[in-house]
Design a binder for this molecule. Structure first.
Ligand code: ADP
Length: 471
């Protein structure tokens, strides 16, 4: 199976980049939100610690002695919970008061010089606590009040936030990617329409124009630019075709005159062998040129759609037998034997146009087949199609030439083709004729093993636009 990378298409590239950007943005946002939340929670805790210090000072004041809190009031009513531990120290480092929770938990010594800032420290059992120490006075005595609070609640809230993000992020990313894919598809739909329309354009259909849905957007501008190029192409094709048609037409008359003059000179030059041969060569060249011009004119007319293809019920076997009969003389000159095996029956065809295709294949088989060799012509079919095969035992054609054989003026061996009277346009004519019937023509051949040219035609008329790539 052939897997293509998603980056091989514009759509795939856009979706991949959109996904990368969205996921990165989501990760960044989550990171920033996590850090901010931690800061807010710590700030709130620090505020509470500060308030606690002020409350504690007020609560302890009535019971305070220089040695600390009076024994009977060692536990003033404090709004104490498991998370908050309170202590009062003398500036020289003696513990003067400890709340019940702080007394029950091992608390590290003073963190350092009291400051406005709270700090986080680790106490036993991997518990992280926030510590705030402030210098103050209780009943006029200088003290250091210290409040500690476990960061468990902060950790719990951060953990919950982490899970929430962890669960929501793939969901959000999935929705964003699907949305992005849908958006990209919608955005590129006009491009798909443009490609579909462009694929309909061929050398024969240069009059087709691409749809311009919105002339102001990028796709519309591309379509307009391509349409302008198509108009120029159509114009130059038309001028080229007219030039070929006019040139062929104009050259025919002097060529006919040349041939007539040659014939007259040949008749007059009785006995003078060298000049007779020269004149005969000249007449032969003129005839070949004349054939070439006829074919060029026909192809130019075919390009312009000026040759009507009138399909009607035709006895294919009889048509082939007729063409073979006409070629007998040529085959006999090379002592070749034309063998016929036809059972195709009736099909919808224009006999004049189809005759051109069969005659060209047969001429080639005779031209390139060796003397005294057989040439087989077969025709058979089924309900849907008719197949015509012309097979020779000539030099064969190497596979690398197959794709080009039906192009105009393509010759495998130009010298040989010219020497044998070929125009280089026979197979191009064949292809035009077959495609005008909605059929296909191909070749099966390899060097040294002869060639089989095969025409396949639909038995009944098919509405189809023949397309060609050699023009
Ligand atoms: P040409 O008039 O030169 O034969 P065609 O268009 O009929 O031109 O054929 C194109 C080329 O294909 C020829 O020049 C020849 O090289 C090759 N070719 C065509 N038919 C045969 C064949 N039956 N055997 C070998 N080569 C062939």
């Amino acid at each position: 199976m052939n897997f293509s990378s998603p980056l091989s298409t514009l759509r795939g590239t856009l979706v991949v980049w959109l996904t990368i950007v969205l996921v990165t943005a989501l990760a960044l946002y989550s990171g920033v939100a996590y850090v901010s939340l931690r800061q807010v929670l710590r700030h709130e805790l620090d505020e509470r610690l500060h308030n606690d210090i002020e409350t504690l000072e007020g609560l302890l004041r009535p019971f305070w002695t220089p040695a600390g809190v009076r024994a009977s009031h060692s536990q003033p009513v404090l709004d104490e919970d498991d998370y908050r531990w309170m202590q009062v120290w003398s500036p020289d480092g003696r513990l003067l008061f400890s709340s019940s929770v702080a007394a029950a938990n091992p608390v590290p010594a003073l963190v350092g010089a009291p400051s406005d800032k709270a700090v986080s420290i680790d106490v036993e059992n991997n518990v992280r606590v926030r510590v705030k120490e402030e210098s103050g006075r209780i009943a006029g005595h200088p003290v250091i009040v210290r409040v500690l609070a476990s960061e468990d609640r902060i950790a719990q809230e951060l953990w919950e936030f982490f899970w929430l993000i962890g669960l929501a992020a793939p969901l959000v990313a999935g929705v964003a990617v699907l949305g992005g894919y849908h958006l990209v598809r919608r955005t590129l739909r006009p491009v798909d329409r443009l490609v579909a329309a462009a694929n309909q354009i061929s050398a024969e259909r240069l009059n087709v124009r691409l749809p311009v849905a919105n002339p102001d957007d990028e796709v519309g501008q591309i379509a307009q630019a391509l349409n302008a190029t198509l108009a120029k192409l159509e114009d130059s094709f038309e001028r080229m075709r007219r030039f070929t048609a006019n040139a062929s037409h104009e050259l025919r008359t002097p060529l006919t005159a040349l041939r007539s003059t040659g014939q007259a000179a040949l008749t007059a030059s009785r006995g003078d062998e060298p000049s007779r041969e020269a004149i005969a060569d000249m007449i032969e060249d003129a005839e070949q040129l004349s054939r070439l011009l006829d074919v060029m004119l026909l192809l130019a007319q075919a390009d312009a759609g000026a040759i009507p293809v009138d399909r009607r019920s035709v006895d294919i076997d009889a048509l082939i037998a007729d063409v073979v009969r006409e070629c007998e003389v040529l085959a006999q000159e090379k002592s070749q034997h034309l063998r016929l095996d036809c059972s195709a029956g009736i099909a919808a065809a224009d006999p004049t146009v189809l005759r051109i295709a069969v005659a060209n294949l047969l001429h080639n088989a005779i031209r390139y087949g060796p003397p005294s060799s057989p040439v087989d012509v077969r025709a058979f079919g089924d309900v849907a199609c008719v197949t015509i095969e012309v097979r020779d035992s000539g030099p064969g054609i190497a596979p690398e030439h197959h794709a080009h054989l039906f192009e105009r003026f393509y010759r495998v061996d130009p010298g040989r083709s010219r020497a044998l009277g070929g125009t280089g346009l026979g197979l191009a004519m064949t292809r035009w004729s077959v495609e005008a019937h909605g059929g296909v023509v191909d070749v099966v051949s390899s060097e040294g093993s002869g060639s089989t040219f095969r025409i396949v035609l639909p038995r009944s008329p098919v509405v189809r636009n023949p397309e060609r790539s050699d023009s």
